[in-house]
Design a protein around this ligand. Structure first.
Ligand SMILES: Cc1cc2nc3c(=O)[nH]c(=O)nc-3n(C[C@H](O)[C@H](O)[C@H](O)COP(=O)(O)OP(=O)(O)OC[C@H]3O[C@@H](n4cnc5c(N)ncnc54)[C@H](O)[C@@H]3O)c2cc1C
Ligand code: SF4
Length: 517
């Protein structure tokens, strides 16, 4: 038997399961850049550069380490795979199981349709880039009434003994959110983010991406919209170390704050690296725990950060697979609890809107492919939810626009957490808010054409009339969520005249030409 290893673009670690399954380094390895694959949607240019440059760097590292590496740039995966199998007389191609279901199906289809004539098989090796295997998550989820993240997170902490004193959480509490999520008061000066100058390989990829005649999202040039992400494990580790030593202490307190010109606040910015295998979640968690033990970094920040990686990230991955395999559930990606059908406004592609919060966030996204969690949740998906945009169109847009977007992380975050389109499996209530919240947690409203206090009238903020229109429009379904009863009482107190004006403003907004929205 001759074994060969096919490494996918989000599996760039030397300890990944397919590589680890072979003791010898004298085995053929292949990495393929497929042009047809990246035309499934107009991906962000910076994401194409990140993946392809990271793949090229990884291939070079494997070659230097003694592997026999083939690197192909092709129209599709099949032709170079067939050629490589034949040239190396390979009888078994090993692939680590992709995190994304559509990619797994693509591999299975390739094997079914083309591999028997090659006298070769594909062996799928369980993915080791997450802390919980699919089976472990299924066992946790099976038969539970509530799949809320908090229970999963406690279990995760207990079983890995992270921030634990025996069976009890260190500090006596599982969560310190009452100390976190402070509004951005006074002059805040978050530490600079860790960026990198592109090297020769990355510059070649940038030129290649800019020369492609395919639809893409976002900006990429040599001056204003430079590519400054890391593309190697060494650089990803530098970002992690920088975060742990310089930013982690302030992470919790201002986790939810948003400021013009301070695009990344105290966030770690490691998701692009975690999601392609340049970092492993366990090393990230251990680094944060060590910082707590050795450098007295405040527990509210350390616990808050560990909850994101050990709780939310693993939970989203587990749920994605769990929903896929639940019988008679319908496709999770197609859920639309509120039957929202509005198309995406034009400014989702350009950032050109009078709403300053959306203008700031989408402009940043076009430049870098990144905005932080609260900008994703409370600006982008909050607006999409209350304005009644189609969840599938929104999910597709998120997948297009973000540097760290993959099917496994997109569905439960956008359909579930962001839009409540699953009817409340992931979130215990919709993350819907009016301008009041945005004004409290950011400085966007201060320089906006709209009045954050007004819900009707000429300068009424769209977040206000859409918020109340959403509560009114979807009242029956919202009334079933216990946590919404308080706010629905306020809706009941609103005069019929004001409610009618709000409904009209919301309807008219969707009819406005793009430049006016
Ligand atoms: C609508 C919506 C869309 C999102 N899309 C993506 C996406 O495409 N890719 C992605 O990786 N994350 C996504 N998230 C989750 C989260 O917003 C990002 O992981 C985070 O903002 C990445 O920035 P960071 O590395 O600076 O994170 P930090 O705020 O520093 O958090 C640390 C790490 O925790 C993990 N994490 C935190 N929350 C989540 C979560 N809800 N799901 C998964 N991982 C989490 C990430 O790996 C992140 O790097 C989305 C969240 C929402 C609400
Ligand atoms: S006033 Fe409304 S639209 Fe303007 S920044 Fe504030 S929330 Fe956004």
């Amino acid at each position: 038997m001759t074994i060969g290893i096919w490494i996918l673009g989000d599996q760039l670690s030397t300890t990944q399961a397919a590589l680890a399954s072979c003791k010898s380094k004298k085995i053929p390895v292949i990495l393929i850049e497929s042009l047809s694959y990246v035309q499934a949607r107009p991906y962000h240019k910076q994401k194409l550069v990140l993946i392809w440059s990271a793949m090229r760097h990884f291939a070079e590292e494997l070659s230097q380490d003694g592997y026999s590496v083939t690197y192909e740039i092709a129209d599709n995966f099949l032709a170079p795979l067939e050629q490589w199998v034949k040239a190396n007389n390979i009888t078994e191609v090993r692939v680590m199981i992709p995190a994304d279901k559509p990619f797994l199906k693509l591999i299975q289809d390739i094997e079914k349709q083309h591999f028997s004539s090659l006298k070769c098989s594909i062996k799928l090796i369980p993915n080791n880039h997450f802390l919980w295997t699919k089976e472990e998550f299924f066992n946790w989820a099976k038969g539970r009434k509530s799949l809320l993240m908090e229970y999963f997170y406690h279990e995760s902490r207990k079983r890995s003994q992270v921030l634990m004193a025996g069976n009890k959480p260190i500090g006596g509490q599982w969560n310190y959110d009452q100390e976190n999520r402070q509004p951005p008061k006074g002059n805040l000066h978050p530490p600079a983010a860790k960026w990198f100058e592109p090297d020769k390989i990355t510059l070649e990829v940038i030129a290649h991406v800019n020369s492609l005649k395919i639809p893409t999202f976002g900006k990429l040039d040599s001056k204003l919209n430079k590519f400054n992400w890391g593309v190697t494990r060494t650089q990803a580790l530098e970002v992690l170390n920088w975060f742990i030593h310089v930013r982690l202490a302030g992470f919790g307190t201002y986790q939810d704050a948003m400021l013009i010109g301070e695009e990344t606040m105290w966030h770690s910015m490691i998701s692009p690296y975690l999601n392609i295998g340049l970092l492993h979640p366990l090393e990230v968690i251990k680094a944060a725990e060590k910082a707590y033990q050795e450098q007295q970094i405040p527990l509210n920040s350390v616990e808050g950060f560990i909850r994101q990686v050990m709780g939310w990230r693993e939970y989203m991955y587990g749920l994605y697979h769990y929903f896929y395999e639940l019988p008679n559930q319908g496709l999770y990606a197609e859920q639309n609890y509120f039957h929202h059908q509005q198309p995406l406004p034009e400014f989702f592609w350009t950032g050109e809107t009078k709403m300053n919060c959306l203008h700031q966030v989408i402009s940043q996204l076009l430049n870098t492919g990144y905005v932080h969690h609260i900008q994703r949740l409370m600006i982008l998906s909050n607006f999409s939810l209350i304005a009644g945009l189609s969840p599938q169109a929104v999910e597709n847009w998120f997948h297009t626009a973000f540097i760290d977007a993959y099917d496994w992380v997109m569905q439960t975050n956008v359909i579930g957490m962001g839009l409540f389109a699953d009817g409340g499996i992931v979130a215990s209530k919709p993350y819907a808010a009016s301008a009041n919240y945005i004004n409290k947690m950011s400085n966007y409203c201060r320089s906006c054409a709209y009045n954050y206090k007004a819900r009707t009238g000429e300068n009424a903020c769209p977040f206000n009339f859409f918020y109340w229109d959403f509560l009114d429009r979807d009242r029956d379904k919202l009334a079933m969520q216990g946590r919404m009863s308080f706010i629905l009482k306020h809706l009941d107190k609103m005069s019929l005249e004001e409610l009618a004006t709000i409904r009209q403003l919301a309807r008219d907004w969707h009819l406005q030409p793009p430049g006016k929205q």
